[in-house]
Design a protein around this ligand. Structure first.
Ligand SMILES: [Zn+2]
Ligand SMILES: [Zn+2]
Ligand SMILES: [Zn+2]
Length: 328
């Protein structure tokens, strides 16, 4: 019973912190959605990624801090402080059995929403993996900087895939429809996705979104994906030396794929997303090609948050207790 009460209290805490951080991050994300940083899409993608990770990092950090003292006491690593303060809500899975009804209700709701959204993410990932392996089982792999898996059949696709083993799926039907220069543009764009590790970052952003308010998670993903596409366009333009050529290839592939919905789900596909804006950027040669730092920056933020939590565990634990006491 104490464990269930504790679980509900932690779920409520995680949800409230995620929501609060989402509200704080929201204005910055709205700014990023506009024309700001148009010339440096890679930086815009980095910022959108880090902002999207913040609700998850802060909420996990605070919950970890809230759990640490009772956990340390249960493991016999520290003295239990439970009996020393009876003046407010107490977060402990060993002693506290009484949970206020409103707090329990909020916790149960937060837990249900989290599990529902997590289930949707897992389901989408499993479907995508199944579709990918079905496609790849028919294909043959060509070695290269990133290997290219040539798949037979009608769907015209050129996709960057792989969280760890990074590769490009290219269908024979698309390869036949493109001129060598257009094909080079498309492959340069997909290689840029793999160098940037967009499939991995997209998944991380999706998982972190479980801790954020849904409206923030959605906007974050859109801003990130659009910026990543523009960054890859800029890299492709730099690689083939002609933005117009990449723009032409984009439009041609988009026209060829018009009847085809996303074959591989959330993986980045050449010719998808915000086409008009991307063509304009390419023709104006406005966007600069630059490398991605999202993973490194997010890692540094996570490390800093972890060290802060470690240094201020007791303070954070009692701050959570006090906040829950005042709120419910
Ligand atoms: Zn206790
Ligand atoms: Zn306590
Ligand atoms: Zn792309």
């Amino acid at each position: 019973m104490a464990a269930l009460a504790f679980l509900l209290e932690c779920a409520a805490t995680a949800a409230l912190i995620g929501l609060a951080v989402s509200l704080l991050v929201w204005p910055a994300l709205l700014v990023l959605r506009g024309r700001v940083l148009q010339r440096v899409p890679a930086l815009r993608a980095d910022l959108a990624f880090v902002l999207g990770m913040l609700p998850a990092l802060v909420s996990m950090g605070v919950v970890a801090a809230a759990i640490a003292p009772p956990l340390a006491a249960a493991l016999g690593l520290a003295a239990d402080h439970c009996l020393s303060h009876g003046h407010h809500v107490h977060l402990c899975f060993v002693h506290s059995t009484h949970v206020r009804p409103l707090l329990a209700a909020v916790g149960a709701f937060a837990l249900a929403v989290f599990l529902f959204r997590a289930g949707a993410v897992v389901l989408r990932l499993m479907r995508m993996r199944a579709r990918l392996s079905a496609l790849e089982s028919l294909g043959t792999s060509r070695p290269g900087l990133f290997s290219i898996v040539a798949v037979p059949g009608a769907p015209r696709l050129c996709h960057a895939v792989g969280l760890v083993r990074r590769r490009i799926l290219l269908s024979a039907s698309l390869e036949e429809s493109l001129t060598p220069a257009e094909l080079r543009s498309a492959l340069a764009h997909e290689e840029a996705h793999l160098r940037r590790r967009d499939p991995l970052l997209g998944l991380l952003l999706g998982v972190a979104g479980l801790f954020a308010a849904p409206f923030l998670a959605r906007t974050c993903t859109t801003v990130y994906q659009t910026a990543a596409e523009e960054a890859c366009d800029a890299e492709a333009a730099a690689a083939v030396g002609d933005g117009g050529l990449v723009a032409g290839a984009l439009v041609k592939v988009a026209a060829l794929q018009r009847k085809l919905s996303h074959v591989t789900g959330v993986e980045p596909a050449f010719g998808a997303l915000a086409l008009e804006r991307r063509v304009r950027l390419l023709l104006d040669e406005e966007a600069r090609a630059s490398s991605a730092h999202a993973l490194r920056v997010a890692g540094a933020v996570a490390l800093a948050a972890g060290l802060f939590v470690l240094a201020h565990t007791t303070f954070l634990h009692h701050a959570v207790e006090t906040a829950l006491h005042l709120l419910f």
